[in-house]
Design a protein around this ligand. Structure first.
Ligand SMILES: Nc1nc2c(ncn2[C@@H]2O[C@H](COP(=O)(O)OP(=O)(O)O)[C@@H](O)[C@H]2O)c(=O)[nH]1
Ligand SMILES: [Mg+2]
Length: 215
């Protein structure tokens, strides 16, 4: 907590192109800050930092406590116009530039409405490890987007997880079960932000607000 009675949480969005990173970032910030749309090419080319203060998030010793969420959006891999090394270089540079005090949580965004292929998942995990180093497991949470599909299929989150292929269940074990289903993307951003921020803050508290320093 700083002198302004504000807690700052640094978040990084990672995942494949079109998995919903920018859209999730907008929900976290409660505002349309990142360009997000269906498009035949990768929409996000540059890493972009946006932050938002949520006032009155909590109270401590009679004082109002604000929460500042800093969200770093990134280009996905594979990308339609950047190669893997270019994306990695951009993400590493942005991390050291924007989060000198370290990263609280990387949000690994996966779609819940498409089958999870072993090779694909392994590739995403490898990328996360390359970017964050060997402690990535302590600072990563999985976010499933398009999770409203489960509702359409009348499938519970538990059932979905029980059907996960090996690579996905190993990933979830590695990140100590930290996962969130984003199942109401069409609710107001304001409502969704509160729900998401609370869940992510819970993970950050479990880590005692420790950060992962740039590698
Ligand atoms: N139905 C649904 N659409 C989503 C969800 N998340 C993202 N989208 C849509 O998926 C498209 C790609 O999202 P975007 O955020 O640009 O993906 P990015 O390439 O990972 O940044 C956009 O049209 C989003 O509105 C979700 O949870 N459910
Ligand atoms: Mg994007």
């Amino acid at each position: 907590m700083d002198d302004n009675n504000e807690i700052t949480i640094n978040l990084l969005l990672l995942g494949k192109t079109q998995c919903g990173k920018s859209s999730l970032g907008n929900s976290l910030l409660g505002s349309y800050e990142f360009e997000s749309r269906i498009f035949p090419q990768s929409v996000t080319k540059e890493c972009r930092l946006r932050s938002m203060r949520i006032p009155n998030f909590a109270r401590r010793m009679g004082k109002e406590l604000g929460l500042r969420l800093q969200v770093l959006d990134t280009p996905g891999i594979p990308h339609s116009s950047l190669n893997q090394d270019e994306v990695k270089t951009r993400v590493r540079k942005a991390l050291s530039e924007h989060f000198p005090e370290g990263l609280h949580m990387a949000l690994l965004v996966l779609r819940a409405d498409i089958p999870h292929c072993e090779e694909d998942n392994q590739h995403t995990v490898k990328l996360t490890e390359d970017l964050l180093g060997r402690d990535w497991k302590y600072f990563t949470a999985v976010i499933f987007t398009h999770a409203e599909t489960l509702e359409h299929m009348r499938m519970t989150e538990e059932k979905f997880l029980s059907l996960a292929p090996k690579s996905l269940s190993t990933l979830l074990e590695n990140v100590h079960g930290r996962c969130i289903f984003r199942d109401h993307p069409h609710e107001t951003l304001y409502k969704e932000r509160a729900a998401l921020a609370n869940q992510i803050l819970h993970f950050v508290r479990q880590n005692s607000y420790q950060t992962l320093k740039s590698i």
